[in-house]
Design a protein around this ligand. Structure first.
Ligand code: PEP
Ligand code: MG
Length: 592
């Protein structure tokens, strides 16, 4: 077996782990083919596959009816085409052949057919390929779900590595896969593509496990069962490390876990600077379980609930009751029952078939987020109603993503008023006291912040998007990821002007992008006057510890100094030195 191989990718979630690789392919089957055990019966496997196919077809029939009723008959067409794909006799016979002739497990046979289609579509041209593949993946994932993710015969993550931590190695993690992976017992993630705000990154940060993205070519090298190191601070991955490399990383891993354990102690301490200035630390969550974690780590509320994960992982469309139930459970699990719920932020790389998957040359500049919600007003109203109703169970605010113009803000405010009126007219109980806010994540909104502030209750800065749009660089493209730097002069100047406008008008402002959990960025944000941060729950203890080691005048001095500097390198160097002086321990949690 080959020796040590090292990869340099992007550090997306801090920490160090030495573990055992668990390699999955694009549809989350194991990347190596899985064969039936010697004593397993081929006819039984054929029956198992046929049953999964039948169940998936039945599910699609139900979805077609539900989508037609909730969104319109045209929107259901996409699922009719899925049903057609699923009933394609050649698909059936190819999978049967794989099971019968090669003794592949049903899920492995299905995956090999998917790969075959992928190469046919690849030859048919880029655009068509992408659209057809997205639909095919959906269909295959639906069938696979009824076969069990890991299939038969191969090692499941629970049986791997004798209690060693498991490191997931895969090409990329799709939004719809993030939640089911989140339930697997994994301690590190490595992906070949994606950047600091990809789903793999969001998932790993919400779990507090180290992760590296952009480790190109690792799938061809790593095998399930290999020893693997993930260094989520420097973006290094080592497959089959030499004994010396392993010893060095094991020491770092111990330091990381010891520090993590020590920081848990400050859970019940208030979040304040060394001079007593109070700061609010909130949590970004994607699921009910995340909201419960937020309470465990000492966050004082949920600052951002990304509702799209409910839609991305739902087998069809969640209706008003299902949404109400989900929002209510998030609110009840949130610290102090306090939650800011963001309306659907789909589009870009997060798509659901029923809202359309038209090919766009620039999906992140295109039909995404609130723009998509505006195009489906009835569907959007259902979400607003469900939030307003669930809000009776706690202190809740609604947040609108990607507002670009004042007209859009006015439009969304009108839709909320209408939803309130309709609920009242129908005698449905809801919370009349819900505040509404705008995410500032498009530079156009930041430039016109004064006008926006006059017509909103609060704002929350989505720095992940704000930065990518400001510097014109895709936040998940490793080739340009260096440009998406929160510590660049342009970003800090823009943030300063938004904070100043909020101070002038007395408008509450939170920052909920990833920089809220990054120690060096937090030092500057404090100095610029920010007092509400929302971050992955795993970062709350670290940031709380950082707050205690810095005073308000100190942070103000840092930000003043930083704003005199002209390049991101100078700013980074300056803040790295300050962080080193303040707390060497916390450097372990710094990343990017
Ligand atoms: C952001 O853009 O900073 C943000 C918090 O939203 P998301 O990462 O979900 O786009
Ligand atoms: Mg955003």
């Amino acid at each position: 077996m080959a020796g040590e191989t090292m990869y340099k990718g992007i550090a997306v979630s801090p920490g160090v782990v030495v573990g055992v690789a668990y390699c999955l392919d694009g549809s989350l089957g194991q990347s190596e083919s899985q064969y039936l055990a010697e004593d397993a019966s081929v006819p039984e496997e054929l029956v198992r596959f046929d049953e999964a196919l039948r169940t998936a077809a039945g599910e699609l029939d139900g979805i077609i009816a539900k989508v037609a009723q909730q969104l319109g008959d045209g929107e259901a067409d996409i699922f009719r085409s899925h049903l057609q794909m699923l009933r394609d006799p050649s698909l059936l016979s190819k999978v049967h052949d794989g099971i019968r002739n090669s003794r592949l497990t049903a899920s492995s046979a299905l995956q090999s057919v998917l790969k075959e289609y992928a190469s046919i579509f690849a030859r048919a041209g880029q655009e068509l390929f992408q659209e057809r593949m997205a639909d095919l993946r959906d269909v295959f994932a639906r069938i696979t779900a009824h076969l069990g993710v890991t299939g038969l015969g191969g090692p499941s993550p629970d049986t791997l590595g004798d209690g060693e931590p498991i490191v997931l190695v895969t090409h990329e993690i799709l939004p719809s896969q993030a939640i089911s992976l989140g339930e697997m017992p994994i301690s590190g993630i490595v992906t070949e593509v994606g950047g600091g705000t990809s789903h793999a990154a969001i998932l790993s940060r919400s779990r507090g496990i180290p992760a590296v993205s952009g480790a190109a070519g690792i799938i061809a090298e790593a095998r399930t069962g290999d020893t693997i190191v993930v260094d989520g601070r420097d973006g290094i991955v080592v497959v089959r490390p030499d004994p010396e490399t392993m010893a060095a990383y094991r020491k770092m891993q111990r330091d990381f876990f010891e520090l993590k354990d020590r920081l848990v102690i400050n859970r019940d301490q208030p979040a304040c600077l060394s001079d007593g200035t109070l700061v609010e630390l909130l949590a970004n969550v994607n699921t009910v379980a995340d909201a419960a974690t937020a309470s465990l780590v000492g966050a004082t509320g949920v600052g951002l609930y990304r509702t799209e994960y409910l839609f991305l992982t739902h087998p069809d469309v969640p209706d008003e009751e299902e949404q109400y139930d989900n929002y209510r459970r998030v609110i009840e699990a949130a610290p102090d029952r306090t939650a800011t719920i963001r309306t659907l932020d789909l589009g870009g790389d997060k798509t659901v078939a029923y809202l359309g998957r038209q090919h766009e040359a620039n999906p992140f500049m295109g039909w995404r987020s609130i723009r998509l919600s505006f195009e489906h007003p009835k569907f959007f109203e259902v979400q607003i109603r469900a939030i307003l109703r669930a809000a009776r169970h706690g202190k809740v605010s609604i947040l609108f993503p990607m507002i670009t113009t004042l007209e859009e803000l006015r439009h969304v405010n009108r839709l909320v008023d209408e939803a309130r009126r309709n609920l009242k007219r129908a005698g449905v109980p809801f919370n009349e006291d819900v505040k509404t806010g705008v995410m500032i994540e498009v530079p156009a909104a930041a430039m016109c912040i004064d006008a926006i502030l006059q017509e909103t209750d609060f704002i929350s800065i989505g720095s992940n998007d704000l930065i990518q749009y400001l510097v014109a660089a895709d936040r998940d493209n490793p080739k340009v990821a260096h440009l998406c730097d929160p510590l660049s002069p342009a970003v800090l100047r823009m943030l300063r002007s938004v904070f100043d406008a909020c101070r002038r008008t007395g408008t509450p402002v939170t920052l909920c992008g990833e920089m809220a959990g990054q120690p060096r960025s937090v030092l500057v944000l404090l100095g610029l006057g920010l007092r509400r941060f929302s971050m992955s729950p795993a970062f709350v203890p670290t940031i709380k510890a950082l707050l205690r080691s810095v005073s308000t005048p100190q942070a103000e001095r840092f930000s003043h100094q930083v704003l005199q500097l002209k390049t991101r390198e100078e700013i980074r160097r300056y803040l790295t030195e300050r962080l080193h002086e303040i707390s060497r321990d916390l450097e372990l949690f710094d990343f990017t």
